[in-house]
Design a protein around this ligand. Sequence first.
Ligand code: MN
Length: 202
Amino acid sequence: MPFELAPLPYAANALEPHVDARTMEIHHGKHHAAYTSNLNAAIQGTALDGESIEAILAKISSSSAAVRNNGGGFYNHNLFWNCMAPGKGGKPSGALSTAIDAAFGSFDAFKEEFSNAAKTRFGSGWAWLIVHDGKLVVCSSPNQDNPLMDDAPVKGTPILGLDVWEHAYYLNYQNRRPDYVSAFWNVVNWDFVSAQFQQALK
Ligand code: MN
């Protein structure tokens, strides 16, 4: 079975004014769609055909650039869409809230560290909140790399991701990446992130 582009979990305009509909349409319908079809083309007829995306990423160092870039792009955007939802934002609760306080001192301190990771990632890439050995860590990665890749400098299970490629914000925010990063907090779906956290601890 080839990988499939899942529909957005909400309407393209659902995250406005924080993320605009046109950006969502192009980002999901063109960029994510291209990563998906290019990944399928890159693994067709190879030993990777039929493996899970997580399994492919876990041994990415032995794959081609096409599998790395499109496999990362496929996985990263699947996570990203679900990390956001309309009418969300605010703060996490429960075990995730406790773990954030333990790792970073406070939610505000975590927000600042994650925002800085997003703002200072030079060029195209992602900011991440990951679970590493049961603990929360903030990191960033270039291009479509991610912390599931076996050759990532910081490894772990991503539970929150923010796309800082220009295609994620340029139509609405132009060069103002910090404004896009600030707006992101208004749409973070902490229920989803908490579920990912629980899953990563298993
Ligand atoms: Mn993207």
